[in-house]
Design a protein around this ligand. Structure first.
Ligand code: CP
Ligand code: NVA
Length: 311
């Protein structure tokens, strides 16, 4: 059966746990590939299209390298250089790419574009970021949480994450993660920038412990993970000034980190703006796990690809 990864909620808790465990194993075993030890090649003879309608560094490189390491061929399409970018319908792009490739990674604007691609594709579609969700990033982030707190099985009950800032695509994916892992998520967002109520309600219906507050200190108190993201996401460049005003007081600095648990970690999907949403001494300090987090994109997506092509 063709499975898609449009949001984290395309997975059950058990499937997410399986993928995270595999991601940990792949990370532990990766160095051995260079010592000549045989590695599994589940994508041998297969190819994966990576279609990008927005800029990307991590997503592109981690998927290209990941597909290569699994024995497959990555084919990256910068949408503006393709017929999709000249108006060819998503439906036709889905049908055509399904004839060549074995999975499609898609970075786009509205989530409905991901849904349309998935509806018309005969191969798995993986959301490589939309305006509403960034589920691949959450696989990497949850792997980082598992590493930090020795929870490699995917059950994070008893742990709490504080999201500081914009109720954006990353915030929505943390909320979905709460529904699947037992992780409690408390989001501190200014008025007008709270996460979608539909996303929060849906996650709560699935059992997620999620709270939305206004005060960053309240969210950070006792948290095990403190995380944030840019104030103006891709496509919101023109709002950057207004957003800087709206997010005043939402900087993650040492004082905010000091409210969290002593062994709390700081995460950021990157790219980051030092001095805007996060202070340099936090992102570059001892509690920061952002480089593991970024590296985990590779391991977690390899685990996802391996799983999704075998369904
Ligand atoms: N975090 C992330 O998705 O980075 P890129 O935009 O560089 O892919
Ligand atoms: N919220 C950010 C995440 C970038 C990886 C954006 O959508 O631009």
């Amino acid at each position: 059966m063709t499975r898609h990864f449009r949001t984290l909620l395309d997975l059950s808790s058990a499937e997410l746990a399986t993928i995270l465990s595999r991601a940990h194993a792949l990370k532990a075993g990766r160095g051995r590939a260079h010592l000549g030890e045989a590695q599994p090649r589940p994508l041998a003879g297969k190819s994966v299209a990576i279609v990008l309608e927005k800029a990307s560094t991590r997503t592109r490189v981690s998927f290209e390298v990941g597909v290569f390491e699994l024995g497959g061929l990555p084919v990256t399409l910068i949408a503006k250089d393709t017929q999709l970018g000249r108006g060819e319908p998503i439906e036709d792009t889905a049908r055509m790419l399904s004839g060549y490739t074995h999975a499609i990674v898609y970075r786009t604007f509205g989530q409905e574009r991901v849904e349309t691609l998935a509806k018309h594709a005969r191969v798995p579609v993986i959301n490589g970021l939309s305006d509403q969700f960034h589920p691949c990033q959450l696989l990497a982030d949850l792997q980082a949480v598992g590493e930090a707190f020795d929870r490699r099985g995917g059950d994070f009950s008893g742990l709490r994450a504080a999201w500081i800032g914009d109720g954006n695509n990353m915030a929505h994916s943390w909320i979905n993660a709460a529904a699947l892992t037992g992780l409690e998520v408390v989001l501190a967002c200014p008025d007008g920038y709270r996460p979608s109520e539909a996303v929060v309600d849906n996650a709560r219906r699935l059992g997620a412990k999620v709270r939305v507050v206004k005060d960053p200190a309240e969210a950070s108190d006792g948290a095990h993970v403190v995380t944030t993201d840019v104030w103006a996401s891709m496509g919101q460049e023109e709002e950057a000034r207004d957003r800087q005003r709206a997010f005043e007081g939402y900087l993650v600095d040492a004082a905010l980190m000091a409210r969290a648990q002593k062994d709390a970690i700081f995460l950021h999907c990157l790219p980051a703006h030092r001095g805007e949403e996060v202070a340099a001494d936090v992102i570059d300090g001892p509690q920061s796990r952002v480089w593991d987090e970024a590296e985990n994109r590779l391991h977690a997506q390899k685990a996802l690809l391996e799983w999704i092509v075998s369904q």
